[in-house]
Write a protein that binds this ligand. Structure first.
Ligand code: HEC
Length: 119
């Protein structure tokens, strides 16, 4: 590979990296509707097993936010977690399929995930 081609590729890679970080910033700035998130959590019984800052049957939302801190794929992963109902282990050691919320509104699901991730 010639030096010019290598330089061009490096420049292109830098440009892509910059675009990607802009994308991440834009995603961060999408406002979280806290009221809607709480309403969904109450309606769908999430709070039976989760609290913001203490462990119940499931991990606290704060500990989930810590676990996924600086992981750009967190939102996708957790939306998938909510929509597919994977088998999870409760604090008591039982295994059960995770609750799948009745709402299929992706905006609503993303909002509660963003809210959890911003605890
Ligand atoms: C019956 C109890 C129960 C209910 C109800 C419940 N969860 Fe969970 N949830 C758990 C348990 C247990 C885990 C732990 C998964 C693990 O660490 O293996 C978990 C994990 C999670 C995680 C983290 C997944 C990960 O990859 O770390 C998120 C996010 C979450 N729950 C959100 C919700 C939301 C939103 C609701 C309401 C729609 C909800 N949960 C309802 C028990 C519950």
């Amino acid at each position: 590979m010639s030096i010019t081609v290598a330089k061009r590729m490096a420049a292109a890679a830098a440009a892509i990296a910059m675009l990607m970080s802009f994308g991440a910033m834009a995603a961060d700035e999408q406002a979280v509707d806290e009221e809607a998130a709480m309403a969904l959590a109450r309606r769908e019984d999430c709070l039976k097993c989760h609290a913001v800052d203490k462990k119940k049957d499931g991990p606290s939302y704060k500990s989930i936010a810590t676990k996924y801190k600086n992981k750009p794929e967190a939102e996708e992963k957790l939306v998938k977690h909510l929509t597919t109902g994977p088998v999870v282990k409760t604090a008591a050691g039982d295994e059960d399929e995770h609750r799948i919320p009745k709402t299929k509104d992706e905006k609503e699901l993303r909002n509660i995930i963003r809210w959890i991730l911003s605890r």
